[in-house]
Ligand binder design. Structure first.
Ligand SMILES: Nc1ncnc2c1ncn2[C@@H]1O[C@H](COP(=O)(O)OP(=O)(O)OP(=O)(O)O)[C@@H](O)[C@H]1O
Ligand SMILES: [Mg+2]
Length: 586
């Protein structure tokens, strides 16, 4: 379009020159004959022809010049309009520079992109508009070589607006053929960069989710088997302690077995969290309660005794809203964040733990998008050693630890935090500066539901039975054994069977007051199918569902059908006792 316009102008200019040349040629030609013509006409007409002729020619010349001028004005206006249209639809800045990179020409887009008027940039160095970190003489030589070879060069730089704001640009440098200098096209790539960053974030999130998923599946399998193994370690000490005299020397070692069992169970639970099968997110909880309760635990007191120089500041919002969550996992999350913070300050320092209500309407740090709404924020901030940029993406990976093996844990702490936040549909934000400290902010969506009444530990007499008939259905002999021993201790009559099919046959021949159904059994019916078959025979059969995993859809279905109570293995006397007692009393 521009080249047609230029051609058109050239033709116009040539025509003007030709017209003027013809006028002069005619004029000088007529000068030769003017005397003869004059003599001839004057002889016959006697009119003042010389004046008339001269005036006519003069008027004709003036007219022609005026027309030419008008024509030229019109052409210039059209050219200007065209340039304005081009610059209005072209957001890029076009700059012509001489060989010393002085700006010689510039299009009006410079106003929109940089905030400068054209005259302000003319004769300035290009550094006035942007700076390139690699802008060394060597780099410039390189550009010239590429220009000679390929005709253009593509580069990136940081541009500076007249209000000081920085933004990224792409520069396409083209050779000005036959002239000293170059033409530069400066393109604002802020949006493009933002999109690239978002894509990168999404990819990282996806990779992390996939990695956690894979490790979770593995961990889940191991955890399920370990759970069964642990049942004995957790269950029998309780039973033995009940039967032991107060002053027995065996009491201490037994308690220590129980303690180890509990520690192992907590690691298994961490693994289950990673497997995303262990988290039961359905209780209405208040994070303030979880935090205060954790701060009172012997575990926390122990942590403090190891870090006497660490100062704690607690700022909990008094009007903190409730969330729907799993108290056990939230408590673990709080514990992991606080212990990591304390461990990041080997000498002295300060940990700030705070909560607040926050309305989120735009994505936080690492997230591309978030669900807009009310959140509860838990912040744990330390003044410790900080986490380097390279390490930061790794801290949530299972088994990633920088701590001396044996002194601290297994590198599962932050994975549990990550898994818990995922299960609660929350978000994590981490900011860390080496040698200055780290701040974790966890966002959990709020609920307007009220807290349930507090559960208090029950005395064993509260869940003693009255000789009711209980049928334990489990494919694992060790599980049947432990459940049956516990229930006998609690004064129930217990029968055990090893499959769903056997359970159905049993119930058909003999009624039971309650069935304890294992949900996952390797062969044959699972807990749900067993219960479905049993209620065909005895429609009001009472039952509880147990599993090493957390609630699944099949568990929910069994609950809907009437097996209302679900308990998670490993069993403890209180857990199984209370569940059976409650169910029987309904
Ligand atoms: N507040 C923090 N300050 C500095 N580094 C941290 C902080 N929190 C976590 N990290 C880093 O992240 C790593 C992983 O933390 P994570 O809690 O998963 O494992 P761990 O603390 O090493 O072991 P575990 O929690 O199982 O006892 C830590 O080893 C540490 O390097
Ligand atoms: Mg840790």
């Amino acid at each position: 379009m521009i080249s047609t316009h230029v051609k058109h102008r050239e033709i116009t200019e040539m025509s003007i020159v030709v017209v003027i040349a013809i006028v002069f040629a005619l004029f000088s030609l007529s000068a030769h004959f003017i005397d003869d013509i004059y003599q001839f006409l004057h002889q016959y007409t006697r009119l003042p022809l010389t004046e008339v002729l001269i005036n006519t020619v003069f008027l004709w010349i003036v007219g022609t010049l005026w027309m030419t001028y008008r024509y030229w004005r019109e052409a210039v206006k059209k050219q200007k309009d065209l340039e304005n249209i081009i610059s209005s639809i072209n957001p890029d800045v076009l700059v012509v520079v001489d060989c010393d990179r002085n700006i010689k020409k510039c299009n009006p887009s410079v106003q929109r992109m940089f905030g400068y008027e054209i005259h302000e940039v003319i004769n300035q160095k290009t550094d006035f508009l942007y700076f390139d970190r690699r802008s060394t003489p060597f780099h410039k030589d390189e550009i010239y070589k590429i220009l000679e070879r390929e005709g253009f060069h593509l580069g990136l730089a940081t541009a500076k607006k007249n209000n000081g704001d920085l933004f990224p640009i792409e520069i396409i440098t083209g050779n000005l053929q036959g002239q000293d200098g170059a033409v530069l096209l400066l393109r604002d790539i802020t949006e493009r960069k933002k999109e690239e960053e978002e894509r990168h974030k999404l990819e990282t999130q996806l990779q992390r989710a996939q990695k956690m998923e894979a490790i979770g599946t593995l961990a889940g399998g191991v955890a399920h088997d370990l759970n069964n193994v642990l049942s004995a370690m957790l269950g029998y000490p309780d039973l033995l302690l009940l039967k032991m005299p107060e002053d027995s020397p065996l009491k201490k070692p037994l308690l220590s077995i129980k303690d180890s069992g509990e520690k192992a169970a907590s690691i298994v639970n961490d693994l289950l969290t990673l497997a995303r099968r262990g988290v039961n997110v359905k209780e209405v909880v208040n994070l303030n309660t979880i935090i205060t309760q954790y701060l009172e635990t012997p575990e926390h007191q122990k942590l403090r005794s190891f870090h006497l120089e660490v100062e704690f500041e607690i700022n909990l919002a008094s009007d903190l809203l409730n969330i729907i969550g799993s108290p056990v996992h939230l408590a673990k999350t709080v514990m992991n964040l606080i212990s990591n913070a304390a461990e990041a300050m080997p000498a002295r320092g300060k940990i700030v733990i705070s909560t607040e209500n926050r309305y989120l309407d735009k994505a936080i740090n690492d997230y591309v998008s978030i669900n807009e709404g009310d959140y509860v924020v838990l912040m744990v901030k330390d003044s410790g050693m900080g986490i380097s940029k390279e390490d930061l993406p790794k801290i949530f990976e299972p088994f990633y630890t920088k701590k001396v093996m044996g002194r601290s844990g297994t590198g599962l702490g932050m994975s549990v935090v990550w898994g818990t936040v995922q299960d609660h549909q929350g978000y994590i934000d981490v900011e860390s500066i080496i040698e200055r400290g780290t701040m974790f902010k966890l966002y959990f969506p709020i609920t307007r539901k009220e807290l349930a009444a507090q559960e208090v530990p029950q005395a064993i007499e509260k869940y003693f039975g009255n000789g009711e008939q209980i049928l334990v259905v489990d494919d694992l002999a060790s599980q049947r054994e432990i459940a049956s021993t516990m229930l006998k201790t609690l004064n129930y009559n217990v029968e055990t069977v090893s499959s769903g099919e056997e359970a159905v046959n049993y119930v058909q021949s003999k009624p039971v007051d309650l069935a304890v159904l294992d949900m996952v059994m390797d062969t044959g019916f699972d807990g749900l199918e067993t219960y479905q078959k049993i209620i065909e025979i005895r429609p009001h059969q009472k039952a509880i569902i147990t599993s090493g995993f957390s609630e699944t859809d099949r568990v929910l279905e069994a609950q809907r059908l009437g097996a209302r109570t679900f308990i998670q293995k490993p069993y403890t006397l209180e857990k199984i006792g209370m569940a059976i007692k409650n169910e029987l009393s309904k």
